[in-house]
Design a protein around this ligand. Structure first.
Ligand code: HAM
Length: 419
């Protein structure tokens, strides 16, 4: 679990600001919930890594609770609870802290913040395109574009049609997806065993692996031999991304399957172009999740975008440097205890005007004060000595060019101080 020192917070806030700005620009409304969820809601059929990674505990009354590993079940619960009064389609976003007992590798931690963008109740791929375009806007705000990352997309519905064509019946599709998602992470022989244990006919497994060699939507079309619903959908999706002006970011990749079992349609994952990092964000359409927890039969589409990989990518590209300091308008210091109260009044007056002011808490020598001012990030400085109070005039120094303006104290501390 991470500690965030001020310099870490500045970068985190920089990323959060890009997420929030992109969300609001696309008309998403923010929501939130408690990090503690009921374990029941989070647990699903085995096979998903995420279920094994849940931090769970019992409270004093014996309830099984957990720290959420992701936000989607909570979102589904919240929507289901109010589905009668909500207007669909709705667009919601959140920046949720999530916990997973994961093997710690580069880009994967036991705790992360995850920006979630979801559209609930839109049956067409307009929703998929909208969430991806919004994520691309956040990437752009962070200084990242087609030179830095790519979005790989596929469709579980299309893969399901291809599996059916091979003779694999729908009850085995979910297990096949989860097995295929592990390709590259574990050996093919192990995958084969996994699939056989799920009841998939051993003689069909080589053909399943061969499906992953499909390179284009057109090749998938040729294998299917007909224009299917899933095929039409993925083509429309591709055209929509072009209309958004982000076609150069997005690539069909049948190997993108995703490790969560609730996805039913388009799925996607973003990676850095050097492929040196884990997924930057990922998501897709979940057609039945709400119904599976007792809600209405409403489909959702969304993505999760973590703060860990993006911070690494920004650092790799030299884009992680926030200016190193919190923004500050003014620093105020004083020479002797006698000037302390006037300094307090001056700082209070400027703060009242809306300025951010760092006020010294003890007297200091001019040399110490001005050395400190230089490193404080403040734009201007006021240093009070006995003469200033006597003359009733303060000197406001602009630190960048050392220029100085004078201001009568009565003007500042009067009812309508000048800016
Ligand atoms: P996910 O692919 O498990 O999807 O996670 C989404 C993103 O969260 C990842 O791409 C990564 O940026 C970040 N992430 C996940 N686990 C970790 C970790 N251990 N450490 C650091 N970052 C991590 C979901 O969670 C889905 N619920 C997303 C979604 C929302 N689908 C629809 N709506």
């Amino acid at each position: 679990m991470r500690d965030f020192y001020p310099e870490d917070m500045r970068l985190r806030n920089h990323v959060f600001a890009a997420w929030r700005q992109a969300s609001l620009q696309s008309g998403f409304s923010e929501y939130d919930a408690c990090v503690v969820e009921s374990l029941d809601l989070l647990k699903r059929k085995a096979g998903e890594e995420i279920v094994e990674q849940i931090y769970h505990f019992q409270d004093k009354s014996g309830r099984d609770l957990a720290l959420r590993p992701e936000m989607t079940p909570t979102l589904a619960r919240m929507i289901a609870a109010r589905q009668g009064s909500l207007t669909f389609p709705l667009r919601w976003f959140t920046m949720a802290q999530c916990f997973r007992y994961e093997r710690m590798t580069r880009g994967r931690k036991r705790e992360h913040y995850q920006w979630n963008l979801d559209i609930i109740g839109e049956p067409t791929v307009a929703a998929e395109a909208e969430v991806i375009a919004t994520a691309a806007n956040a990437m752009h705000a962070l200084g990242l574009d087609a030179r830095h990352y790519r979005i790989h997309f596929s469709s579980r519905a299309l893969l399901a049609e291809l599996l059916s064509k091979l003779g694999i019946t729908p009850e085995h599709h979910a297990a096949t997806f989860l097995a295929l998602d592990k390709r590259g992470k574990i050996a093919d022989e192990e995958l084969e065993t996994l699939m056989r244990n799920e009841g998939i006919r051993a003689d069909l497994i080589p053909a399943v692996f061969k499906l992953l060699e499909v390179r284009t939507i057109e090749e998938a079309h040729a294998l299917l031999g007909e224009r299917s619903a899933a095929l039409a959908e993925i083509e429309t999706f591709r055209d929509m991304l072009a209309a958004y002006g982000i076609a150069e970011l997005a690539f069909f990749n049948i190997g993108v399957i995703r490790g969560l079992s609730y996805y039913t349609g388009i799925v996607f994952e973003a990676f850095d172009t050097d492929s040196s990092l884990r997924a930057i964000f990922g998501g897709g359409r979940y057609g039945k999740l709400l119904a599976s927890i007792g809600g209405a039969d409403i489909a959702g589409v969304g993505l999760g975008f973590g703060d860990v990989v993006i911070a690494e990518l920004l650092a790799d590209k030299g884009l992680a440097s926030t200016d190193g300091m919190d923004p500050l308008d003014l620093i105020v210091g004083f020479m002797q205890p006698e000037q302390h109260m006037p300094a307090v009044k001056i700082a209070a007056a400027f703060r009242q005007q809306g300025k951010s002011v760092h006020l010294a808490l003890a007297p200091e020598k001019p040399k110490t004060f001005f050395a400190r001012s230089g490193g404080s990030g403040a734009r201007q400085a006021i240093y009070l000595g006995p003469d200033d109070i006597e003359n009733g005039i303060i000197r406001i120094k602009t630190l960048a060019d050392r220029s100085q303006v004078e201001m009568p104290l009565c003007e500042l501390l009067g009812p309508a101080p000048a800016a």
